[in-house]
Design a protein around this ligand. Structure first.
Ligand code: S3P
Length: 196
């Protein structure tokens, strides 16, 4: 069966096939929570397009996120992130991996909550530290104590992330398990919201 909105895609998952999902899915949560990796797999399982908002910011800016921070500052990055997300949230069904700070910005959070089903990928501090240590591309973690910085951001942002529609634990282990948990939670959420 094909998706009438995206005829080139094979539409397999019931939550997509039966039309209950009528908007983009946006993954939110801390750096290292697995938004991009899990998002890509989730998109494949749902036969939907995948897009990474950091990558889109980089394309628009013509340089890496770290350089945007260095040359223009975090506030300019946040403005760019808002603009990119406003463009990506066009009503079409897709999976969007947002940058870790997007849902902590009130305006960007309002936009995401209005136009997407939002999924918080929850991971504990040890997991975030281990996963983010694998790459040094994140400007906010380039200081002397990345663990303390992650702890501070996690603490500050948790009440923001908690406003997501769906909360799913992203622990170590097969990503497929997290994808299954998202699809189950998404199905329940959409059922609840169409029943009322
Ligand atoms: C940020 C997270 C990064 C990126 C930027 C700022 C944050 O995205 O947007 O470095 O404020 O948490 P990831 O969560 O994809 O690493």
């Amino acid at each position: 069966m094909t998706d009438p909105e995206d005829p080139e895609l094979i539409d397999t998952a019931p939550v997509v096939r039966d039309g209950a999902l009528d908007r983009p899915i946006a993954l939110v949560g801390m750096m290292g929570s697995g938004k991009s990796t899990v998002g890509r797999r989730l998109a494949r399982r749902l036969a939907l397009p995948f897009v990474d908002s950091d990558q889109e910011v980089e394309t628009a800016a013509g340089c890496p996120v770290s350089e945007v921070f260095e040359r223009f500052g975090e506030a300019a990055f946040r403005q760019g992130e808002y603009k990119v997300l406003a463009r990506l949230l066009d009503g079409r069904r897709k999976v969007i991996a947002t940058g870790g700070g997007a849902f902590a910005e009130p305006g960007t959070r309002d936009l995401l909550r209005a136009r997407a089903v939002t999924v918080w990928l929850k991971a504990d501090l040890d997991t975030l530290v281990a996963r983010t240590a694998r790459r040094d591309t994140r400007p906010l973690l380039r200081g002397p104590d990345p663990r303390a910085k992650l702890a501070q951001l996690l603490d500050r942002r948790t009440p923001d992330y908690a406003q997501a529609d769906i909360h799913v634990v992203s622990a170590d282990g097969p990503h497929g398990r997290v994808v299954d948990a998202i699809i189950d939670a998404l199905t329940a959420h959409l059922e609840e919201n169409t029943a009322s």
